[in-house]
Design a protein around this ligand. Structure first.
Ligand code: CTP
Ligand code: MG
Length: 232
């Protein structure tokens, strides 16, 4: 390995967890979203291959959809993704899937990255960007984008208020954490956690943002899938 940003590269190194266990309800195809075809390959192949090829990543754990562990392992073999050390069965929620993957991370891991398989276009650049601030003592780092639209709080279809957009961002993945801080956060209640950072925040950890990447769009609908495919 070459020189590392932040605290990665130390003994135990940087682990990447790939959350790929969702059903993909809103995509509405005959298989889990992780196995939707993106450029002729399963969507999750993109994240696995990119993280496996990333010099800042030492080991990878994939949380696979229940019943799709075998195809996930075969895919890892096909990709010759040698950094993948485990495929676990995901849980009922994203947080439960991440908890299952986190259980496979070695005790001496220094940093844990958590990434959504639904964001296929992860890059070395964004990984480097989220790792860097960990050296400055923060516990978590999240790539984030400013919100272009005016944001309103609603009650049903009635607008309650217009929220000050200047202080709001949309959070993406990969999110980077000091391994011990993430473990501590995952010992608690996982209810309502739509990302890992929210659990670290709830546990009192400091989380900061770095500039995200529009290409890290989360594939939710078939239109998103087509858009990401056009960016491949
Ligand atoms: N995820 C997971 N385990 C779950 C639910 C979600 O690992 N039980 C992962 C998904 O595979 C995805 C990421 O978390 O990579 C973000 O979730 P989302 O985009 O909501 O995916 P799904 O839950 O699969 O989609 P939907 O909400 O439309 O069913
Ligand atoms: Mg979901």
């Amino acid at each position: 390995m070459g020189p590392s940003p932040g605290v990665s590269g130390e003994p135990g190194g940087t682990w990447a967890l790939v959350a790929a266990a969702g059903t993909g309800e809103r995509l509405g195809i005959d298989r889990p979203k992780a196995f939707a075809s993106l450029g002729g390959r399963p969507l999750v192949a993109e994240s696995i291959e990119r993280l496996d090829g990333c010099q800042w990543v030492d080991a990878i754990v994939v949380a696979a959809p229940a019943g799709w562990e075998e195809p996930t392992i075969l895919l890892v073999e096909e990709l010759a993704a040698s950094k993948v050390v485990a495929c676990v069965t995901g849980g009922a929620t994203r947080a439960e899937s991440v908890r299952a993957a986190l259980a496979e991370v070695s005790d001496d891991a220094v940093v844990v990255l958590v990434h959504d398989a639904a964001r296929p276009l992860v890059s070395d650049e964004i990984v480097e960007r989220v790792l860097e601030p960990l050296a400055e003592g923060v516990e978590g780092v999240v790539p984030a984008l400013r919100i272009a639209d005016t944001v309103k709080r609603v009650d049903g279809r009635v607008v309650v208020e217009t929220v000050d957009r200047a202080s709001l961002v949309g959070a993406q993945t990969p999110q980077a954490f000091v391994a011990d801080s993430l473990r501590r956060a995952y010992r608690g209640d996982l209810a309502d956690a739509t990302d890992c950072a929210s659990l670290v925040e709830r546990a009192g950890g400091t989380v900061m943002i770095v500039e995200g990447d529009p290409h890290l769009l989360k594939v939710t609908t078939s239109a998103d899938l087509a858009l990401v495919e056009s960016w491949l």
